[in-house]
Design a protein around this ligand. Structure first.
Ligand SMILES: Nc1ncnc2c1ncn2[C@@H]1O[C@H](COP(=O)(O)OP(=O)(O)OP(=O)(O)O)[C@@H](O)[C@H]1O
Ligand SMILES: [Mg+2]
Length: 219
């Protein structure tokens, strides 16, 4: 069966600067794939290319159709859930109001994140960094997407909190295909099946199964 998500020779530009130089990656159904890479490698730009948020060429195929010419909202509606870099939450709104922005059915989100149900009337700005990350992940699954795309969920979080997030993502693995971009290889490799290393807009390595983080290191 063909991949759920696939990029073919994707190049992306900011003005004249070429940020991605022909990226080919794919995610199969029920697979967790990570894209690792240092600061400025183009990880966020790759996600933006998949979503249609940046000028790019090449093809993006999702769920059996080419989506490269579709508008961002049309792509997302086909079944893409996104947890953006920096979380993209509304700090002065409650947890529940942030979740309701993504849809009315909060059952799955509260089932996966019972702590958020308890804190649903709390303003997001009074939640810890880890809790805020949980809100952002919960919001991304409300539309029951076919794929969940996460942009550096580890950012700014302490190791103990990272373990909690890793546990949650391991549970979500059974329900969704996941694409996760990360600088923190050790974190991503806790639950990823497979991955790629992106450096300066190019895939320089592909790996599968158990890998030695030290040997992957790219900085
Ligand atoms: N809006 C923009 N305009 C111009 N250049 C940009 C823009 N956004 C990103 N860039 C440049 O594109 C390159 C890739 O950036 P990108 O944000 O995709 O990297 P990243 O791998 O996500 O890095 P990080 O791990 O720091 O989030 C960098 O050199 C960055 O400076
Ligand atoms: Mg980024």
């Amino acid at each position: 069966m063909s991949a759920l998500l696939k990029t073919e020779n994707v190049k992306a530009y900011y003005g004249k600067a070429e940020i991605l130089s022909g990226v080919n990656v794919e995610v199969d159904r029920k697979e967790v794939v990570t894209i690792l890479g240092p600061n400025g490698a183009g990880k966020t730009t790759l996600i933006k290319s998949i979503l249609g948020l940046v000028k790019s060429t090449g093809r993006v195929i999702f769920d059996g159709r080419e989506i490269s010419k579709l508008k961002p909202y049309e792509r997302v509606r086909l079944g893409i859930g996104v947890c953006p870099e920096g979380r993209g939450l509304f700090p002065n709104m409650t947890v529940e109001d942030n979740l309701l922005l993504a849809g009315n059915d909060l059952d799955l989100a509260y089932e996966m994140f019972p702590k958020l149900k308890e804190r649903r009337n709390q303003l997001v700005k009074y939640m810890s960094g880890g809790e805020q990350q949980m809100v952002a992940i919960a919001r991304a699954i409300i539309s029951k997407p076919k794929i969940l795309i996460l942009d550096e969920p580890s950012m700014g979080l302490a190791p103990k909190v990272l373990n909690e997030i890793a546990e949650v993502l391991s549970e979500l693995k059974d329900m969704f295909s996941i694409l996760i971009v990360e600088q923190n290889a050790k974190f991503a490799l806790k639950f990823a099946d497979r991955g790629y290393v992106l450096v300066k807009g190019r895939i320089v390595k592909e790996f599968e199964g158990d890998v030695d983080v030290e040997r992957l290191y790219f900085t």
